[in-house]
Design a protein around this ligand. Sequence first.
Ligand code: ADP
Ligand code: MG
Length: 593
Amino acid sequence: MASIRLLPEEVVNRIAAGEVVERPASVVKELVENALDAGARRIAVTLSGGGRDLVLVEDDGCGIPAEELPLAVRRHATSKLADDLLVRITTLGFRGEALPSIGAVARLSITSRPAGAESAFTILVEGERIEGPRPAAGSFGTRVEVRDLFRRTPARLKFLRSERAELQAALETVTRLALARPEIGFTLEAEGRRLLDLAPGTGDRAARERARALAILGRELAGDLVELETEREGIRLRGLLGLPTASRADASAQHLVVNGRPVQDRLLKAALKAAYGDLLPAGRHPVATLFLELPPERVDVNVHPAKAEVRFAEPGTVRGLVIGAVRRCLAEEGRRTAGRIATAAMGAFRKEAASTGRTPVRAPSPGLAEAAAAFQAPFAPLPPAAPPGAASEPEPAAAEAFPLGAARAQLLDSYILAQTRDGLVIVDQHAAHERIVFERLKAGLEAGGVARQVLMMPEVVELGPGEREALLGRTAELVRLGLLVEPFGPGAVLVREVPALLGERPTAELVRALARELAELGSIWTLEAAVGRVAATIACHGSVRAGRRLTLAEMDALLRRMERTPGSGQCNHGRPTWIELKRADIEKLFSRR
Ligand code: ADP
Ligand code: MG
């Protein structure tokens, strides 16, 4: 081995650059964060070649005095760290390594003019070479130009994705920052096209945050975002939660902001997921923005050079706060949704009638939505199991006296049409059955365990390594849910017993879905949170599918079971399981009233 030597600053910068500047989007992130730290009101980003050829960020912030420009591009030089112990960090930057890192792998030029300065000054950095500062033309604020990123480090260049993918990543970076800072105006232009144009937000904070979220997530969400605001033990949580029905196939519509910093935090993401719990089917992700504010000394942002991760001093408190607040907020909203859906159903009927040109349109029945909402509320009291005097009446009439009535027909192989004494009920058979299975699993759990059924032929299910471990790490809980699995060679498990209420359904698909679910939740999940998800997954796989023919007797049995099941007005995904039209509503549709 050669003897030990201190590395030259140039080499140190290049090493640091590897961590800070991974791709054009990281340059964009560092420069926009600097502009935000400088108190800019408007930030303009221009890219070319997906950011490889040019990243230009202009701001109207406080600027850098000419004499400090050489220092700004030196490693570990920062104006932001008043606190050398790193416990009270209030800015996005503090490590003083972005500009030197960028200078080490690209051509960097900074032109800046602080308020009151007579002219701007510019400085150029390219590897070891530094030129300037010298006077230049420029308006107040700072303009940072980064050209030919990674030109001198071909190894990195090779790892970049297509121009399009890099541009997309840069756009997402700006979008995330823009969502976190709605009072600031942002633009992004690439190859002469304006991809983002966000004016500085106005109005109070809630109004600004909502307007910015809609501008970014899509205006069609306007009716689907619920506001959340709460505080506990000095931690404030605000946010906008998407209704379960507005879920997405990936987590890209989740924005987590901690003390003004967009983060990709595992704990917060998992808490959000657990809070939506069984309101979302496996593989769906909620739309949500969460703003968490807490004293800076209670969160460590110095975890990684890219600062996308944070550590909370009290992770349990943060997790509890998020799960509790999100759940409460969704439960309240669940009651309102059911009402809105019933009203919308009425509207759809009326529109149909109106378009035939024969029937005049009338105002919706005022009582219907409220009645539906009250009955379908997730935690509403149960309707009476049997109506008084039902036993003495002849069969069909007796069934009609039940809240969900007597089954009359199956429509489209998916919906049950039932007649009540005073109208008709349409039931979504899969959704309803799923909820029933779920509630039975939960009840079984509370009673000490779900009834199991031994498989005549134990089933071998192949799983990926992470999934297999996740599943086998939870065998004790799975047994309580009725599922007995054991290791079977390196890449598989053996299923010996399944929940009895699943009947003779194939188990492989279910076991794979469960393993995926558990792997995603990770080991930090409490028994309670994990069990909720697992039960929901089992319920979904163990339920009557849409498209299965049912006899009248089977349908009636399902209706009676729904009446006895708490929360059966909503399926596990938050959709209603049934809607009702009263005689009066039907008469209105036909203009008899
Ligand atoms: P950090 O942001 O961690 O301090 P940087 O290398 O990103 O480190 O920036 C170094 C310093 O240059 C900052 O501390 C700040 O004083 C100054 N600076 C960088 N960009 C700007 C800007 N857009 N406006 C004003 N000052 C800036
Ligand atoms: Mg910085």
